[in-house]
Design a protein around this ligand. Structure first.
Ligand code: UD1
Ligand code: CA
Length: 457
């Protein structure tokens, strides 16, 4: 769907003060992925000329983007926020990260993109999808803008229409009481012909409540010169802006709905789907069953597996296995043909054909086919300074309540008696018992509880 002839500018230089957070707004996550990365992904699907405007926390945001997209052709611009704050200021040439000094009129010109058509996206709209952007790009006009029709337009810029034509956008803070009643609002995505930005950015001023250079004022200026503004009516579910933590939670609900819908479309069975939380890096294949209250986080692959109620899976591969209820599969676990029961926790565990039915901690370990892990078994992987690994071969029976003190190697066909503390390696065929031998003291009970013996005599 690449539309090679459009440049995309993503605006991400705002302060995000309504988020009330130390974290920059565009780095807040939705289903485990940074809000801004959703916009970048959709932009990359349609263009090879992408510009990101930053200012607040610019270095931090840029570093995170570069780490996530090491090979993508993304260009960064730092907004001259001090002199030209606002969404219009964000597109001005004075933003260039260079030593060039511009006079005021030069600084206010457009910073230049490779193509004639420029798609501008607010960086706080993580739900927008590339096919809708593509649709907007296909409309031929010097200015095309996205419009939302809302029952509650609170917070958005209102779209003023004169004789059926868009003539102006009024920000909420500048609107009259009459204008506030308008339910058509600016959704925050626009396509401009380069000549429009070149002509009207220099004419912007900041005579408004927020003392900002509004990109939206380009529309009123162009209208006065007879430029036609076409609109694309879009859905709130895709174009909502995220300005507060409440809106962040609403956007996440929408994203979750999409992720669950996609998974079910691919053949996953979900019980009470609204109770299931999955993140954007989760992949399913084959017929999987996900029961209620399950959380699947980070980069996960779930293949032909059954995840039972209230289990948590983090950055792991679960292949032809069943997990839970109430199990915790922590990062870098790889389970194949394995049964994990309730209250079992794994971490960095390679389990192939293993049964661990109850109450165990299996961390930093590799366990081979046919091995059975009894209830209460613990790999003691940490000595207070470093982590150590445990290796268990095939057909090993680890009795209940055994502690395996790593580093440790148990070869195949070994039987470990319940309640053992294993500190030494075991050779193939060994039976290991490390518990203290049992002592029975006849009538010891009555010595301890003399009153009971009176009652019974
Ligand atoms: C903006 C629109 C409003 C529209 C709404 C849709 C303007 C003036 N208003 O309002 O009409 O209804 O989006 O969601 O454009 N940004 C910068 N530099 C700045 C200021 C903002 O890059 O100096 C970025 C922000 O990081 C953000 C985006 O621009 O990603 C929008 O800014 P925001 O402050 O959220 O604008 P709204 O008040 O939501
Ligand atoms: Ca916004």
């Amino acid at each position: 769907m690449k539309n090679a002839s459009v440049s995309i500018v993503i605006l991400a230089a705002g302060a995000g003060s309504r988020m009330k957070s130390q974290t920059p707004k565009v780095l807040h996550k939705i289903c485990g992925k940074e809000m801004l990365f959703y916009s970048i992904d959709e932009a990359l699907a349609i263009s090879d000329d992408i510009h990101i405007v930053l200012f607040h926390h610019a270095e931090m945001i840029k570093e995170r983007i570069m780490a996530h997209y090491p090979k993508q052709p993304l260009q960064f611009h730092i907004q001259d926020h001090q002199h030209y704050p606002g969404t219009g200021g964000a597109l001005m040439r004075g933003n260039r990260q260079s030593n060039e000094l511009f006079c005021e009129e030069q600084a206010k010109t457009f910073f230049s993109c490779r193509y004639e058509e420029i798609l501008v996206l607010n960086g706080d709209m993580p739900l927008v999808r590339s096919h809708t952007l593509h649709k907007l790009c296909e409309i031929q006009a010097k200015i095309v803008m996205s419009v939302l029709h809302l029952s509650n337009p609170d917070g958005y810029g209102r779209v003023l229409i004169e004789s059926g034509k868009v003539c102006k956008i009024v920000e909420q803070k500048d609107a009259t009481n009459e204008e506030l009643k308008i339910c058509d609002v600016n959704a925050g995505v626009y396509k401009f012909h380069k000549s429009i930005l070149e002509a009207y950015l220099p004419k912007l001023n900041n005579n408004n409540q927020q003392k900002e250079f509004y990109l939206t004022d380009v529309i009123a200026l162009a209208y006065l010169d007879g430029v036609e503004v076409l609109t694309l009516e879009v859905e709130e579910e895709e174009f909502m802006g995220v300005n507060s933590k409440f809106e962040l939670s609403q956007a996440q609900e929408v994203m979750l709905h999409r992720l669950r819908y996609q998974a079910m479309k691919e053949g996953v069975i979900m019980q009470l789907p609204h109770t299931i939380y999955i993140e954007s890096g989760v992949r399913f294949s084959g017929e999987c069953i996900i029961e209620q209250g399950v959380q699947i986080l980070g980069q996960c692959e779930i293949i032909e597996s059954h995840i039972k109620a209230h289990s948590v899976i983090e950055s792991s591969i679960i292949d032809h296995s069943d997990v839970g209820p109430l199990a915790h599969i922590r990062p870098k676990s790889h389970l194949i043909h394995t049964h994990i029961g309730n209250f079992v926790e794994t971490k960095s565990a390679n389990l192939d054909g293993v049964k661990a039915g109850h109450l165990s901690y299996l961390g930093d370990c590799e366990i081979k086919k046919g091995s059975n892990i009894g209830a209460g078994v613990i790999t003691c992987n940490y000595d207070g300074k470093s982590k150590h690994r445990t290796f268990i071969g095939e057909n090993v029976f680890v009795g209940s309540d055994t502690q395996l003190v790593a580093p440790l190697c148990i070869e195949s066909n070994v039987l470990i008696g319940a309640g053992s503390t294993i500190t030494k390696n075991a050779a193939q065929g060994d039976l290991i018992l490390s518990r203290v031998s049992q002592k029975n003291v006849p009538l010891g009970f009555y010595k301890f509880f003399p009153s009971q013996s009176d009652k019974e005599s």
